[in-house]
Design a protein around this ligand. Structure first.
Ligand code: PLP
Length: 377
């Protein structure tokens, strides 16, 4: 049997990982500033994480949501503390798309409405509603097309105001990434997020903060939307939550009430996934990784802005993007093949840095030195 060929892949086979580094099957060592697409939050194979998962696996890996799960409660308590949203309610699932799917569905159950406002450039996942609110027609199958979704220009307050003035009482939810990732690192402005909050309050719509990529401490705050000082009604999470173990979730403001059967999942919130997510939160808290992400992000941004060849260095914390000039269009490839550094990208010419939140200065300096060699050659 062949694999269904949907991924263009790099010619590297990774067989081992530790901290900020991965090794290939030939023993070559690579610096990982991509984190498997913003997934590695606490560093690869962190000893506390490995121990927690091993211990859990040797006791029980899985049972369904039909029994009591103290691990889910422990996770909710820790998540409430680290995120500062202790009065929110947690629903667990398995991925980012599923988190958004559940959030959009819950919003619609809550206010009985159908219309969703999303934004140009948005990426929210590939399942039916999640892809319908994703602004990329190439990945929307005919069966996913719906007239319930409108895409407004990102950070355009006048367009938002006008749409709410005309359709406000039909809008079920507004979904927005605090920092658009797939689109190439574009931050929602503080006043835009404040306006979304105000208009949602005025019209009874639900504010959904997609924090799948920009959340979990990556921006230097637990949720990147926190910079605006507003609270969303639902936050969606995945990537960094399990440091590679598949787990996603939504946290839900107290005014949205649950009902038996409203949401559900077989695998979501299983014992192993909870053990992984608890280990991640332990490490984030004990090693002060959110502060480290803020600090290292500032350092990297300051240093990157010193390269005149790079355009529009942007981002927050360890979610950084910059435009690569046409003269250096092979930069990402060269960083990988010549310097053994993994970075991310966004089309057409953006390099995205999404390292673990535990990145150290000496690791950032290895990247900056390689970048300097490439840009000045
Ligand atoms: C902002 C955002 N939302 C949702 C998703 C979908 O997550 P998953 O691939 O886990 O379904 C992604 C994935 O890249 C994302 O970046």
């Amino acid at each position: 049997m062949n694999l269904f060929d949907v991924y263009p892949v790099q010619d590297v086979t990774i067989t081992k990982a530790q901290g900020a580094y991965v090794w290939d099957d030939k023993g070559n060592k690579y610096l990982d500033l991509y984190g498997g697409h913003a997934v590695i939050s606490i560093g690869h194979t962190h000893p506390h994480y490995v121990t927690k998962l091993n211990d859990q696996l040797s006791r029980i890996g899985f049972y369904s949501n039909s029994i009591k799960m103290p691990l889910q409660e422990e996770l909710a308590t820790k998540l409430g503390k680290v995120s500062g949203k202790e009065d929110y309610q947690l629903f667990l699932c398995n991925s980012g798309a599923e988190a958004n799917e559940n959030a959009l569905k819950l919003a619609s159950f809550h206010n009985g409405r159908k219309k969703i406002v999303a934004f140009k450039g948005a990426f929210h996942g590939r399942t039916s509603l999640a892809v319908a609110v994703t602004n990329n027609p190439a990945i929307v199958a005919p069966v996913n097309e719906t007239e319930n979704v409108v895409f407004l220009p990102f950070n355009d307050e006048a367009a938002l105001e006008t749409y709410f003035a005309e359709h406000g009482d039909e809008i079920s939810s507004v979904i927005i990434e605090g920092i658009q990732g797939v689109a190439g690192i574009h931050e929602a402005s503080v006043s835009f997020l404040k306006n979304i909050r105000r208009l949602c309050d005025q019209h009874g719509s639900v504010f959904i903060a997609d924090s799948v990529q920009c959340g979990y401490g990556r921006s230097g705050q637990f949720f990147s939307h926190d910079y605006s000082g507003v609270q969303a009604d639902i936050y969606t999470m995945a990537k960094g939550m399990g440091n590679g173990f598949p787990i996603g979730g939504i946290i839900i403001a107290p005014h949205i009430k649950p009902k038996y059967g409203m949401l559900g999942t077989t695998f979501g919130g299983n014992h192993l996934a909870c053990a992984a997510a608890i280990a991640v939160l332990d490490v984030i808290a004990n090693e002060k990784l959110i502060a480290n992400a803020a600090h290292m992000g500032d350092y990297l941004m300051t240093e990157l802005k010193k390269f005149p060849q790079l355009g529009n260095v942007r981002g927050r914390g360890l979610m950084i993007g910059f435009d690569v000039p046409e003269t250096h269009k092979d930069l990402k490839k060269n960083l990988l093949t010549k310097h053994r550094i993994f970075t991310g990208e966004a089309k057409p010419n953006v390099i995205r840095l999404l390292p673990s939140l535990a990145l150290k200065k000496e690791e950032a300096d290895i990247f900056l030195a390689a970048l300097s060699l490439e840009l000045n050659s």
